[in-house]
Design a protein around this ligand. Structure first.
Ligand code: IPD
Ligand code: CA
Ligand code: CA
Length: 276
């Protein structure tokens, strides 16, 4: 196979982008219409790992659209309506129907629909839709990133760690089995401020928008990463695991994404010796 064969045809990609965009908005409208309805909530791996009928319905909505319009495409998704993927071949939709389910349940805001589309393992299209704020972040490989219709500028290369706001889950500041919480505590002391939004997809989008300088977490699934990675990359941001290595499309992984300077500094000066 020649290199050119790996890339998605640009006309095909544009049509696909427009379809996804319009289905994203339709799915968002369905969520908004029922936002005050009582929820059916179930737990998964633990009491705080939640899923609602809305998560499942949004995923089913996209699974049906893919089957109807893109029979040869595959779906990798969180709630079990997707395909069993063995490799990165073909065109794969990676969907988190609601990223930030806890926020969805407790706050009825601060959650997103996240869709990344990969072709032969290459990220081609990314969408993160902050439904209640009505902000749609999108990107196509080599086509730049957008918030609604506004192109996002390239990230500021000159920002220092001391001027940065970083996102992390406070869990990693407490004693835990995986990483040295003292290193995390020293990082938190060195930055200007910290935030936790509770939706990985939105945290990626906020990095791309340049309103936070980095987002750092120890365990994400492919559907948490897929769309955000494409959007951040388009504004010159970095996405790696905590060792500074690339993360595969199908991998569960630690993640640090951010402004290139800040990403480099956090990886080389803090995360290097963080594993217990
Ligand atoms: C979760 C959110 C959360 C992150 C978790 C994810 P979900 O996704 O992105 O911010 O810390 O690791 O699992 O379960 O709400 O789709
Ligand atoms: Ca998620
Ligand atoms: Ca989810």
């Amino acid at each position: 196979m020649k290199m050119g064969d790996l890339k998605m045809d640009l006309v095909v990609r544009e049509t696909l982008f427009n379809h996804v965009r319009s289905w994203m908005l339709d799915a968002g409208a369905l969520i908004k219409d029922s936002i005050d309805d009582p929820l059916t909530i179930s737990t998964k791996s633990n009491v705080n790992d939640l899923v609602t009928e809305v998560d499942q319905n949004v995923e089913k909505f996209f699974a049906k659209k893919i089957k109807e319009h893109y029979k040869d495409h595959l779906l990798l998704s969180e709630e079990g309506f997707g395909d069993n993927l063995k490799d990165t071949k073909g065109t794969v939709w990676i969907i988190d129907p609601i990223d930030g389910t806890m926020n969805f349940i407790n706050q009825k805001r601060n959650f997103a629909i996240s869709i990344g589309i990969y072709h032969e393992g290459i990220g081609e299209i990314g969408f993160v839709y902050d439904v209640m704020a009505n902000n749609l972040y999108s990107a196509m490989r080599d086509g730049g990133a957008f918030k609604n219709d506004q192109r996002l500028p390239l990230l500021n290369q000159n920002i220092a760690l001391e001027e940065s706001i970083i996102c992390l889950n406070h869990y990693w500041l407490c004693e835990n089995r995986l990483i040295d919480e003292k290193v995390m505590q020293s990082l938190v002391k060195d930055v200007r401020g910290t935030r936790t939004y509770g939706s990985a997809a939105l945290e990626f989008a906020h990095v791309a928008e340049g309103i936070i300088e980095a987002y750092l977490t120890m365990r994400l699934e492919p559907w948490d990463i897929a769309a955000g990675r494409i959007i951040v990359t388009e504004v010159g941001g970095k996405v790696t695991n905590i060792n500074g290595e690339e993360v595969g499309m199908l991998e569960r992984s630690s993640i640090i994404t951010g402004n290139p300077n800040v990403h480099k500094k956090i990886v080389s000066e803090y995360l290097k010796n963080i594993k217990k």
